[in-house]
Design a binder for this molecule. Structure first.
Ligand code: SF4
Length: 214
């Protein structure tokens, strides 16, 4: 069972429940292959059964860390790009974190389901909609990339529903279908054929898992 929790002591986003941070290579979507410093925040109430970071769901497991510490860890690496992910990072007000990262001249990418209110300022927003808690409308105009996880063929219609919602409000978004990792062998052939028939979509694979890096 997932429970949405709040942190009264978050001080408006100057403290955040940090699961982990690490410098690696982005493996998914448009920025795949780019070195990036990842900031993974704890807490998610979306509940995807195939989630590969279930350990991040309960924010109570991750004592809040001040954003100066988080950003100093990023700035100590050669990274020029930051990926803020989770969990669901939009469970927290991210304006202070984004402002501090920007003061170091870092570009900021967001990975979100879009299921909680928008905050922060980003150079790139990857919207990954989930059926169990769909995105709020405010995310569709903002998405630079729509990334839909395909677990079975019924997810193609979910992908198209979300693509239509993006196209109602903007025309610059890129569209990706990504096989759910544990179902890769089963769904990849369907995704390949679907993308060949619907060339407005691209395939995203989780390259970091093939490379055995975080
Ligand atoms: S939204 Fe992301 S972090 Fe949350 S359950 Fe789904 S895959 Fe996991």
């Amino acid at each position: 069972m997932t429970v949405k929790r709040t942190y009264p002591s978050l001080e408006g986003g100057r403290l955040l429940p940090l699961v982990e941070s690490f410098y690696t290579i982005q493996g998914e979507g448009f920025h795949s292959g780019k070195p990036a410093f990842f900031i993974r925040l704890g807490g998610c109430d979306v509940g995807c059964r195939w989630c590969d970071s279930k350990e991040s769901w309960n924010p109570d497991r991750f004592p809040p860390v001040d954003i100066e510490t988080i950003v100093s860890q990023a700035a100590a690496t050669p990274a020029k790009s930051i990926v803020i992910t989770g969990g669901e990072p939009m469970n927290y007000p991210l304006d202070p974190l984004c402002g501090l990262l920007k003061s170091y001249g870092l570009e900021i990418f967001l990975e979100t389901s879009g299921s909680s209110p928008m905050s922060g300022h980003f150079d790139w927003i990857c919207l990954s909609p989930k059926k169990s808690k769909p995105p709020r409308d405010e995310f569709y105009p903002l998405a630079d990339e729509l990334k839909v996880i395909i677990e079975d063929v019924s997810d193609f219609e979910w992908a198209e529903q979300n693509r239509r919602k993006v196209l109602e409000v903007q025309g610059r978004c890129l569209f990706y279908l990504q096989p759910e990792w544990s179902r890769m062998k089963t769904v990849a052939p369907y995704i390949i054929e679907y993308v060949k028939e619907h060339p407005e979509w691209n395939i995203s694979i989780q390259a970091h898992k093939f490379l055995h890096i975080p």
